[in-house]
Design a protein around this ligand. Structure first.
Ligand code: ZN
Length: 133
């Protein structure tokens, strides 16, 4: 079951430049920063109401975020949906013809289990499914 929109991921080149911009935009201070080795990114989190805006900057030239910025420039990268059981949700989505970027969930930011749906099966939108652990 999908519980809520968990966060929106935004690809940025530099957290140093984008954090002050988003602090000004949202009228709030940065919640925290975290290096996520599994995705070769450093993330910065802003709490907005019940959701989160997550800035993602590459930590390596072969990071997916770096590739995204090179191809599409900075901007919205993915939306993440919080689910109660990632395995159950993957089964449901697979049954409905959706494709995944990887077959098994990995541990992402905030120690969540995450998996991405392939944008070619979701109208070009990169969708992350995440489960709190
Ligand atoms: Zn995410």
């Amino acid at each position: 079951m999908i519980n809520r929109v968990d966060h929106i991921g935004i690809a940025v080149s530099s957290l140093e430049e984008s954090i002050p911009l988003f602090e000004k935009l949202l009228g709030t201070r940065l919640n925290k920063r975290e290096v996520v080795d599994s995705q070769k990114v450093e993330a910065a989190f802003f709490k907005v109401g019940g959701g989160t805006i997550e800035l993602l900057a590459p930590t390596s030239h072969d990071s997916q975020i770096q590739k995204f910025i090179k191809k599409k420039k900075e901007g919205v990268h993915h939306i993440a949906l919080n689910v109660s059981s990632i395995e159950q949700e993957m089964k449901r989505l697979e049954k409905n013809g959706f494709e995944f970027v990887s077959k098994t969930p990995i541990i992402g930011a905030n120690n969540k289990k995450i998996v991405f749906l392939h944008p070619k099966s979701t109208n070009g939108v990169l969708v992350e499914i995440c489960e709190d652990t």
